[in-house]
Ligand binder design. Structure first.
Ligand SMILES: *Cc1c(COP(=O)(O)O)cnc(C)c1O
Length: 312
């Protein structure tokens, strides 16, 4: 993987019996295939930030995230590949009490650690104030002059990178569907989509704050909409139906989905199709933003609650 390259991932046709009746054409852009540990959209978000860090002659990347964060692992891998030291400020001081146990049971942090990331586990309160001047000064004293990347990787350079997800061949689509966490990825898509296209965002979390974030960092306001019915109770929340759905979808299409983002979106799209929300003959492009690295850790947590449930 080269962070200077212009990657175009392929669009794969989704063939399912329920799509035939109304002549829907569904394609999925396999951004998940860019790298096994770097979620597709995290590669896009890091690309121009890495270039900026090199330009500024920084040697360390510092960023923030939860214990299962795709962005944390992506930053660790990117740092290793491009020669940066990486520091991860992780939410949850209890994780630092027994680091060996934490790494043994959390594959996201283990993989990041194996790629040289150094962790600082902080309390939830410190984490909430992670961008304060006081905490930033503490970090600077401890780690020196670093390039700071926000939680989830979203800033204006990240949006610029996400503008490269769509290519000219994608202008043929009527709808572009994408998962929403912090809103950086959808903002890039909004910026590069054509006027005749509608961008549908599927938030993986509950709440109404995202619209303003997206309005602030994107440059159009009339070609997109958030579909808020498919967060399954909030970030990281799920039910058995979602797990069974993800397994069935993989069986039918050979396409793996993650339970935090892409599984919820795909469930939503197919539900909307069932309810005839899209006009007949619609051409729909779905962005597979990755997240597959999280399945191992998710299954680990799932096992302690439902011993018979597993993402296959
Ligand atoms: C981080 C992530 C998202 C959310 O992207 P935002 O730019 O934060 O909205 C979506 N899908 C996957 C797989 C992710 O890892």
């Amino acid at each position: 993987m080269n962070f200077n390259s212009q990657i175009q991932s392929k669009n794969q046709h989704i063939v399912l019996p329920e799509l035939e009746a109304n002549n829907y054409q569904l394609f999925i852009k396999r951004e998940d295939q860019i790298h096994p540990l770097v979620s597709g959209n995290k590669f896009r978000k890091l690309k121009y930030n890495l270039q900026k860090a090199i330009e500024q002659k920084k040697t360390t990347l510092l960023t923030f995230g939860g214990a299962f964060s795709n962005h944390i692992l992506a930053t660790a891998v990117a740092g290793e590949l491009t020669g940066f030291k990486t520091i991860g400020i992780i939410r949850g001081d209890e994780l630092g009490n027994n680091i060996e146990k934490t790494l043994a049971t959390n594959s996201t942090l283990r993989n990041a650690s194996e790629r040289g990331m150094q962790f600082e586990f902080v309390t939830r309160e410190t984490y909430r104030n992670k961008t304060s001047i006081e905490f930033t000064e503490i970090l600077q004293k401890k780690y020196g002059d670093f390039y700071s990347i926000p939680e989830g990787g979203t800033n204006s350079l990240a949006v610029k990178g996400c503008e490269e997800i769509l290519s000219t061949e994608d202008h043929q689509f009527d709808y572009i569907c994408v998962c929403v966490g912090t809103g950086g990825t959808i903002s890039g898509i909004i910026n590069s989509a054509k006027a005749h296209q509608k961008v549908l965002g599927f938030p993986a979390l509950k709440g109404n704050f995202l619209e303003n974030d997206i309005l602030n960092i994107s440059n159009k306001n009339n070609n997109w909409e958030l579909i808020k019915d498919y967060h399954f109770g909030g970030y990281g929340k799920y039910n058995k139906e979602l797990i069974h759905y993800i397994n069935q979808f993989k069986k039918d299409t050979k396409i793996p989905l993650d339970p935090i983002y892409t599984g919820k979106m795909m469930f939503g799209i197919l539900d909307m199709i069932k309810k005839n929300t899209f006009p007949k003959g619609s051409k729909i492009l779905i962005i597979h933003s990755g997240g597959l690295q999280g399945i191992e850790g998710f299954n680990h947590r799932l096992k302690s609650k439902f011993s018979d449930l597993k993402i296959l």
